[in-house]
Design a protein around this ligand. Structure first.
Ligand code: COA
Length: 161
């Protein structure tokens, strides 16, 4: 019997409605979805990996087949370790494509057993990014359209000057 396992990687600094839309949809497509809070070496994160994992956990208590982990190495290695068949990414706009294409090809080279699949983001999340949410929170703006209520205070308390 097939047991389809997918990884959904990202910095999630913090998770937004854009990521949650992808996680919800991917959870319905695979037996198990592992959300991987990973490291992008070119980013300085505002939240620790544990904080990012906990924020995601708070947002998706309704998804029993989703696991949330922190992993600090190569995603391709983690996919092999967990026996994952797929890596799921959300594509927001054509501007995401080149970077995502490069990552997908690199991961395929490092681990030929894993396929990267792209889901198109919902139109209302096309322009959302974690940095934008932090910038709005830092200037006292309303972030309720971008992140669920359960993590709003966590973000505001961390970001406000
Ligand atoms: N809706 C809205 N926004 C989204 C989104 C969605 N569906 N998906 C991603 N975004 C946003 C993110 O919030 C992020 O915003 P930010 O730049 O303001 O922080 C931006 O789009 C980029 O997200 P993503 O493409 O997921 O990049 P990332 O930097 O968050 O994650 C890793 C990249 C961590 C997955 C990648 O570096 C990785 O795999 N690292 C592990 C080490 C490794 O294997 N390296 C080699 C990779 S080839």
């Amino acid at each position: 019997m097939s047991n389809l396992i997918a990884l959904c990687p990202g910095s999630f600094d913090p998770v937004t409605y854009g990521h949650l839309d992808i996680i919800n949809r991917a959870a319905g497509m695979f037996d198990r979805l592992i959300v991987v809070v990973a490291t992008n070496k070119s980013k300085n994160c505002s939240f620790s990996p544990e904080e990012r994992v906990n924020m995601i956990k708070k947002c998706i208590p309704h998804l029993p087949n989703v696991e949330i982990v922190h992993f600090d190495g190569l995603l391709a290695d983690y996919a092999a370790k967990r026996g994952a068949n797929a890596i799921i990414k959300g594509l927001r706009a054509m501007s995401d494509f080149e970077y995502e294409f490069q990552m997908a090809l690199t991961n395929k080279k490092l681990n030929p057993n894993v396929e990267t699949l792209f889901l198109t983001t919902a139109t209302e999340n096309m322009y959302v990014s974690s940095s934008m949410v932090k910038q709005i929170a830092g200037m006292g703006g309303d972030i309720s359209g971008f992140v669920p209520e359960v993590i709003r205070e966590d973000i505001i308390n961390r970001i406000k000057k």
